[in-house]
Design a protein around this ligand. Structure first.
Ligand code: G16
Length: 548
C-alpha cells in the first residue's frame, strides 16, 4: 500500500471514530446493533468490500444495509460475495478485527497487513453495489459505506437504493455472470419463469386451485417490492397488507419472525381472514412463512403456521416428483435437503419417510448453503423461512441439453421444463421471499392443493421458542450442530434432566448471532410440555448466566 492510499484511509477514518466500548462480531449474518452506533462499522465494511472486489479481479461485491427481522431502531450490514452468496467465511475474522480497531492508526495497520497477506492488487478498479432496506437510518449509513468504498483509491460505489437483501444478491450474481442486472431484469426473470411453471399445469387443475394469497409485508421493503412484481405477473392474485405506508412500524407485531415465533396473526389480519392462504415476509424479505386462521378460531388471532420446514417439504416433494419422471441415464441424481436444529422433528421424519437424504447444519444460511451445494439439487431451509434450492452447474446443463432433445409435450419434457423453470425462478444466490412465494404458489396450483391440504403433509410437534437476555451471551458455547451446550459447564446435564421429564422432549440453547440474547428451542408431544420445557430451560439459562 503506498503513501497516498494510507493517507486516504487515515483521512476518511477520522470522519468515523468508533464509539467507546463498542465490541461487535460478524455474527450469523453480518454486523447488527443500534443504528446510532454503526457508522464507523459500515464505513469499515465499505473498505473491506472494496478489498474483496480487488482480490477477486475487480468482480462486483454487494453491500446491504439492513437489520432484517430486528427492530426498526437497529440496523446492520451484510455482504454479498461476487457469486451472490454470503461473504466468504475466511474473511470474517478480518471483518471483526477492523470493525473493532480502536484508532485510525490501528485500522490502517490491520488493513496493510491483510493486503500484504492476501496479496490484494491495489491498482484500483474495485466495484461495490450498495442497497438498503426501508429503515430511516439506512441513507446515513449508506453514505458511510460509500466513503469507505471510495477511500480504497480507484474503487467505486454504486448506490442501487432501496432493495430487498435477496435482490441485491441476485443482481450481484447476475452482473458477475455477464447477465442483465437491473432491478427490472429481476422482476422479469421471476415473472417469466413463474409463467413457464403455470403454463405447464393442466387447465382443469388451474381452475380448481387458483385463489387469492394475502401477504403481510412486515411494514418493510418486501411488500413494496411485491407491489411492483405484481405488475409483471399474470396468474396470481396477491393482496398486500402492511406495506409500511399506512403508519405501521417495521417488524412490530408483523412479519415472518413475529408470526413464526409467536404463532399468532400479524397486525391487520384476523377473523375476516379465516381459511385464507396468507404469507408473511421479514423486514428485508429473505424469509417467508405461510399461515392461515383456522375455522375453529374464536378470536382469530391464533394461526396454523406453515414454516420453512413445510415450505422445504413442499419443494422437496415437487422436485422429487419431477426427477422421478425423468430418465437420468444412470446418473443417480443426488437430491439432498439441509435443515438446522430448529427443524421440527416431525418435518425431519417426514422428509426421511419420502426417501430423502437429510443433513444438518449450524444456524445461518451461510452454513446451510455450503452443504446444499454438495448435491445435484440441494434444498435448504431454516424453520424461520430462510432458504432456497441450489442446482449444480453440471446438473443444470445436463437438464437443458435434455430439454432440447426430448419431444415437446411428453411427460418427461414437461418434468425437465419444470425443473429448468424452477432453477430460473428460485433465487439461487440466497433465500428470497418473493421468489419463494411464487414457487409455493406455482406448486400449489400444480398440485391442485389448498393451504390446508398442504399443511396436512405432516403434523408439527408442538414447539416453543423463547429468548433470554443475559449479561454475556458468548458464555454459551455449543457443539457444531448446536444441539448441545458445552459451556457453561453443567448446563447441558441440567437441560437433559428437563428433557427427560417430557414425552418426545427435545431442547437446546444457543447464543443468537443477530440479537443480544440466548435463544431457547423446545419441543414435546404436547404444547403444554413444549412450553414448560422452554420455560424450565430459560430458567436454567438465567441461573447459570444471570439475567441482565
Ligand atoms: C439471519 C440469518 C439466518 C438466521 C437468523 C437468526 O436472518 O440470515 O440464517 O437464522 O439470522 O439468527 P440468530 O438466531 O443467530 O439470531 P435474518 O433474516 O435476520 O438476516
Amino acid at each position: 500500500m503506498d503513501e497516498t492510499q494510507i493517507a486516504s484511509l487515515l483521512k476518511s477514518s477520522e470522519l468515523y471514530p468508533i464509539p467507546q466500548s463498542l465490541k461487535l462480531s460478524y455474527g450469523t449474518a453480518g454486523f447488527r446493533a443500534d443504528a446510532s452506533l454503526l457508522e464507523s462499522t459500515v464505513y469499515r465494511v465499505g473498505i473491506l468490500s472494496s478489498l474483496r472486489s480487488l482480490k477477486l479481479n475487480s468482480s462486483t461485491v454487494g453491500l446491504m444495509i439492513t437489520a432484517s427481522h430486528n427492530r426498526v431502531s437497529d440496523n446492520g450490514v451484510k455482504l454479498s460475495d461476487p457469486s451472490g452468496g454470503m461473504l466468504s467465511q475466511g474473511w470474517e475474522p478480518f471483518a471483526d478485527q477492523i470493525a473493532n480497531a480502536s484508532s485510525p492508526r490501528e485500522l490502517v495497520s490491520l488493513i496493510r497487513e491483510f493486503v500484504e497477506k492476501e496479496e490484494i492488487p491495489m491498482g484500483g478498479g474495485g466495484e461495490v453495489w450498495l442497497g438498503r432496506d426501508t429503515r430511516p437510518s439506512g441513507e446515513r449509513l449508506l453514505r458511510a459505506a460509500e466513503i469507505g468504498v471510495g477511500s480504497v483509491l480507484g474503487s467505486v460505489a454504486v448506490d442501487l437504493g432501496v432493495l430487498t437483501t435477496p435482490q441485491l444478491h441476485w443482481l450481484v450474481r447476475a452482473k458477475n455472470r455477464g447477465l442483465k442486472a437491473a432491478e427490472s431484469d429481476y422482476f422479469e426473470n421471476l415473472s417469466t419463469s413463474f409463467k413457464c411453471l403455470i403454463d405447464l399445469i393442466p387447465v382443469e387443475k388451474l381452475e380448481s386451485s387458483r385463489s387469492k394469497v394475502v401477504l403481510d409485508g412486515a411494514n418493510g421493503v418486501g411488500g413494496q417490492k411485491m407491489e411492483v412484481l405484481r405488475g409483471f405477473l399474470s396468474g396470481l392474485d396477491v393482496e398486500i397488507r402492511n406495506t409500511g405506508r399506512d403508519g405501521g412500524v417495521l417488524n412490530e407485531g408483523v412479519g415472518a419472525d413475529f408470526v413464526q415465533k409467536e404463532k399468532v396473526v400479524p397486525l391487520g389480519f384476523g377473523l375476516k381472514d379465516v381459511g385464507m392462504r396468507c404469507a408473511s415476509f421479514d423486514g428485508d424479505a429473505d424469509r417467508l412463512v405461510y399461515f392461515y386462521v383456522p375455522s375453529e378460531s374464536c378470536s382469530g388471532d391464533k394461526v396454523e403456521l406453515l414454516d420453512g420446514d413445510k415450505i422445504l417439504s413442499l419443494f422437496a416433494l415437487f422436485i422429487k416428483e419431477q426427477l422421478n419422471s425423468i430418465d437420468d441415464e444412470g446418473k443417480e441424481t443426488r437430491l439432498g435437503v439441509v435443515q438446522t436444529a430448529y427443524a421440527n422433528g416431525a418435518s425431519t421424519d417426514y422428509l426421511k419417510e419420502i426417501g430423502l437424504e437429510v443433513v444438518f447444519a449450524k444456524t445461518g444460511v451461510k452454513h446451510l448453503h455450503e452443504k446444499a451445494a454438495e448435491y445435484d439439487v440441494g434444498i435448504y431451509f431454516e424453520a424461520n423461512g430462510h432458504g432456497t434450492i441450489l442446482f449444480s452447474e453440471s446438473f443444470l446443463s445436463w437438464l437443458v441439453g435434455k430439454q432440447k432433445v426430448l419431444s415437446q409435450g411428453s411427460d418427461e419434457h414437461d418434468a425437465v421444463s419444470r425443473l429448468v423453470a424452477v432453477s430460473n425462478l428460485i433465487n439461487q444466490a440466497v433465500g428470497d421471499a418473493l421468489s419463494g412465494l411464487l414457487l409455493v404458489e406455482a406448486i400449489l396450483q400444480h398440485m391442485g392443493w389448498s393451504v390446508q391440504k398442504w399443511n396436512e403433509l405432516y403434523k408439527d410437534l408442538p414447539s416453543r421458542q423463547v429468548k433470554v437476555e443475559v449479561p454475556d451471551r458468548t458464555a454459551v458455547v455449543t457443539t457444531s450442530e448446536e444441539t448441545e451446550a458445552l459451556k457453561p459447564l453443567g448446563i447441558q446435564d441440567a437441560i437433559n434432566a428437563e428433557i427427560k421429564k417430557r414425552q418426545r422432549g427435545r431442547a437446546f440453547i444457543r447464543p443468537s448471532g443477530t440479537e443480544d440474547v440466548v435463544r431457547v428451542y423446545a419441543e414435546a408431544s404436547t404444547q403444554e410440555d413444549a412450553d414448560s420445557l422452554a420455560n424450565s430451560v430459560a430458567q436454567l439459562v438465567k441461573s447459570f448466566l444471570g439475567s441482565s
